[in-house]
Design a binder for this molecule. Structure first.
Ligand SMILES: Cc1cc2nc3c(=O)[nH]c(=O)nc-3n(C[C@H](O)[C@H](O)[C@H](O)COP(=O)(O)OP(=O)(O)OC[C@H]3O[C@@H](n4cnc5c(N)ncnc54)[C@H](O)[C@@H]3O)c2cc1C
Ligand SMILES: NC(=O)c1ccc[n+]([C@@H]2O[C@H](COP(=O)([O-])OP(=O)(O)OC[C@H]3O[C@@H](n4cnc5c(N)ncnc54)[C@H](O)[C@@H]3O)[C@@H](O)[C@H]2O)c1
Length: 467
């Protein structure tokens, strides 16, 4: 919607204003409008945010063909499944709507949300200034609340020369139009392993460089090991404990070059940085409300900035858990709080599930064994082999698959669970219900898993409980 620039003395008033139209901001605006509040959503790029165009959606479109082809190679009775990279890239383009967000607009219009295109910054209590693309400025004021949902961008680690050569980030690698012959990925976290998986399935030679001793280090060690084995099996050169001392471009060879401590050089046509995220809080006017730019915006369990009754922050920008479903949950909690529901149950305090879409997949919720023990929980691990249950035989031969349940022995509740293997993503929701709901294990074991499904791996927990 186009709004006439208002004179500086009379800002345009709304009940609530959401800054950032990623998944968190969109859901929050929808819920606020649904509660009858006059709501504006300010977005400077694309409605749908990082997730729809440069992160979750394109990455999963890139991963699925290789995953399916691999499964058919394991399952006896299917032959000739091959990945067709160019067709897969075209399908990815469909998934991201060719970077066009017009399909998102009717959803906003149907809910009566005012969309303002521009770059917003805070300008003191309840106030925003929006720089519109045409060089103009709009002044906005919120009667009740401003919700910051500005997300995060790739952070570039302080490797000498790296920032200067402008490496690719998740934006370029998720939207690339061709398969680069060789790709260097700096960072073996979630983005790094998923992108290594996807592009190696298209035939690129990928080198994954991780400074730590294992990939996806926040997960159980067995998950790190099986994902590293899976990537190596796809021809990925996995370098662990690798310290990069410099980065440069070799224009004659058309290559980016990483130099490791010790002098070895790694070269590729494309260099991708996947070394973590930085909150988008620079230039957001945080200093005008007493907060520090460049950091996450700290919030309480209702997503409100401590000491303020009008400023909220949801999604990646608050740094609580950088996941779309977590941002959407926070969006609902914040909207209800703003709409005046003062409910003790209204808190962001359950751990979100985490799914890593590699081959094998990793699906986890709550704490790992080490995290639980570090948190002072008297925790025990119940380990099992998913590939040992009858149903696993239908996922094919040689699909190493594991489960670890982490049980609080004193309270006899599940505080964590990790599944590693093919198609385990859909198994984690049951564990989420058990962990977030704190369902007693002695009750949980009465939920019989269907035969012959992978969920029979849950019977390990029944064995532990003596049922
Ligand atoms: C490669 C990759 C794959 C991922 N895959 C998954 C996955 O499979 N599942 C999952 O749960 N999570 C995944 N994530 C994480 C997920 O993308 C983020 O958690 C999610 O996008 C955060 O949503 P958000 O709404 O907080 O922020 P964003 O999606 O970053 O959206 C923020 C929006 O705010 C806008 N904005 C910023 N500043 C301003 C301003 N000053 N004025 C106006 N507008 C502004 C931006 O333009 C943007 O549109 C992935 C991340 C990456 C990098
Ligand atoms: N499937 C999903 O749900 C999904 C997919 C992708 C991303 N995400 C979200 O996005 C977040 C960010 O992902 P990410 O992979 O960018 O960050 P990350 O924090 O998960 O991993 C970053 C990795 O880079 C390594 N690293 C940092 N500096 C380095 C250096 N100089 N040299 C070599 N390695 C270095 C770190 O040790 C770490 O292993 C994830 O934590 C996750 O919440 C989710």
């Amino acid at each position: 919607m186009n709004l006439d620039p208002a004179p500086a003395t009379s800002p345009r008033l709304f009940d609530a204003i959401v800054v950032g139209g990623g998944p968190a901001g969109e859901v929050c605006a929808g819920k606020l409008a649904g509660a009858g509040l006059e709501t504006a959503l300010v977005e400077r790029e694309l409605i749908g945010g990082e997730c729809s165009f440069y992160a979750c959606m394109p990455s999963k479109a890139l991963l699925r063909p290789g995953e399916l082809a691999e499964e058919t190679h394991r399952v006896v009775g299917v032959t000739d499944a091959t990945v067709e990279p160019i067709v897969a890239l075209r399908r990815r383009d469909e998934v991201i709507h060719e970077l066009d967000d017009s399909g998102q607009l009717p959803w906003l219009e149907d809910r009566g949300i005012t969309l303002i295109r521009g770059d917003a910054r805070l300008d003191g209590e309840r106030r925003l200034v929006v720089a519109t693309g045409d060089g103009g400025e709009l002044r906005l004021q919120a009667r009740r609340a401003i919700v910051l949902a500005t997300g995060s961008g790739a952070s570039i680690p302080p490797v000498p020369g790296l920032a200067e050569i402008e490496p690719w980030t998740n934006r370029e690698i998720t939207t690339a139009q061709q398969v680069p012959p060789r790709i260097l990925i700096l960072g073996g976290g979630v983005v790094g392993v998923e992108m290594a998986q996807a592009w190696s399935s298209f035939g690129a030679h990928v080198t994954l460089v991780e400074i730590g001793e294992r990939l996806i280090a926040q997960e159980e060690e067995i998950a790190s090991e099986l994902v590293a084995d899976g990537l190596r099996g796809h021809g990925v050169d996995v370098r662990l404990g690798a310290t990069v001392s410099g980065a440069r471009r070799d224009p004659d060879a058309g290559e980016s070059v990483l130099t490791l401590d010790g002098g070895e050089e790694l070269r590729a046509e494309v260099l991708v940085v996947a070394a973590g995220r930085a909150p988008r809080t620079q230039g957001l006017g945080l200093e005008t409300v007493g907060l520090e730019p460049g950091r996450h915006v700290e919030v309480d369990a209702r997503l409100r900035v401590p000491g303020s009754d009008w400023l909220y922050a949801i999604g990646d920008v608050n740094g609580r858990a950088l996941l779309t479903h977590e941002g959407k949950l926070q969006a609902r909690i914040a909207a209800l709080a703003i709409a005046g529901r003062d409910d003790a149950e209204l808190r962001d305090d359950g751990p979100p599930p985490r799914v890593i879409f590699t081959s094998p997949q990793v699906a986890a919720v709550g704490m790992t064994l080490d995290q639980a023990r570090d948190a002072g929980v008297q925790a025990t691990a119940v380990d099992g082999r998913i590939d040992a249950v009858a149903g696993a035989s239908f996922w094919g031969k040689g699909a190493d698959a594991r489960v670890r349940f982490v049980v609080d022995e004193r309270r006899r509740v599940l505080v964590g669970a990790t599944f590693v293997g093919p198609d385990v993503a859909e198994m984690v929701h049951a564990a989420s219900v058990a962990v977030v709901g704190e369902v007693p294990v002695d009750r949980l074991v009465h939920a019989a898993p269907a035969f012959p499904t992978l969920s029979e791996a849950w019977l390990k927990l029944a064995d532990w409980a003596g049922t």
